[in-house]
Design a protein around this ligand. Structure first.
Ligand code: ZN
Length: 218
């Protein structure tokens, strides 16, 4: 269990093995929620920063995969936002497309409140975030970008050392390459991925990583 303050309004939470990184923004919004495998620990993490699960108003899912979306159900007051192309498999509880079967689970149907599109803006507290559709890992994968502070939540599109799997349902190597190119066109100082280490305040490192990944995707 790991909790770390990234910025005044952003807290990194890792509830346990196999769980993804989740991020609490402005005390009322979560980026991804997890696998439900360590749900007591996840709730404990949330409570440890003074937040009750009922306080969570919004969940933004970076993509449809089970390990990022399954624990959405723990936050009963939250509206769920996801890219339109990854929304249907959540709404229909598709165990294949959400990858639930890989965890020996069945996906539960979830209600999506808002379907996101490339270039949408979302305001969380005082901060404007831009949705960037970055297909490759899944068709409806998104990165969430704070242009002012150059912070990128990258989901399973890119991690601190590699890019996300492209061999799953709706994954595509060609799309991944284009998405990495898209990310090269913006300034990123802090990378907050869906798994593994975060990279803070190091634009050079992130830029070098993206150039390397672009070469690797062939
Ligand atoms: Zn994934």
């Amino acid at each position: 269990m790991k909790i770390k303050k990234i910025a005044k309004d952003i807290i990194y939470i890792h509830a346990g093995s196999m769980e993804p990184n989740i991020y609490l923004i402005n005390n009322d919004t979560l980026i991804d929620t997890g696998l439900c495998l360590h749900k007591e620990r996840l709730i404990k993490c949330i409570k440890s920063v003074g937040i009750e699960p009922e306080n969570i108003k919004t969940i933004i899912n970076t993509h449809c995969h089970h390990d990022h979306t399954s624990a959405n159900v723990l936050f009963t007051n939250a509206k769920i936002l996801i890219h339109e192309k990854d929304a249907f498999c959540i709404e229909s509880g598709d165990s294949l497309k959400t990858g639930a079967f890989m965890f020996g689970k069945e996906a539960k149907k979830q209600k999506i409140s808002l379907k996101l599109h490339d270039n949408d803006s979302i305001r969380i507290g005082d901060v404007k975030f831009t949705i960037i559709n970055t297909p490759g890992h899944t068709d409806g994968s998104i990165c969430i970008y704070d242009e002012k502070r150059q912070i990128l939540f990258s989901g399973d599109t890119i991690f601190s050392e590699t890019y996300g799997r492209v061999d799953l349902e709706s994954g595509s190597k060609k799309d991944m390459k284009n998405s990495i190119e898209k990310l090269l066109s913006i300034k990123i100082k802090t990378l907050l991925p869906g798994h593994g280490d975060v990279i803070e305040n190091n634009e050079h490192k992130i830029n070098t990583l993206l150039h390397e990944l672009k070469k690797e995707v062939y």
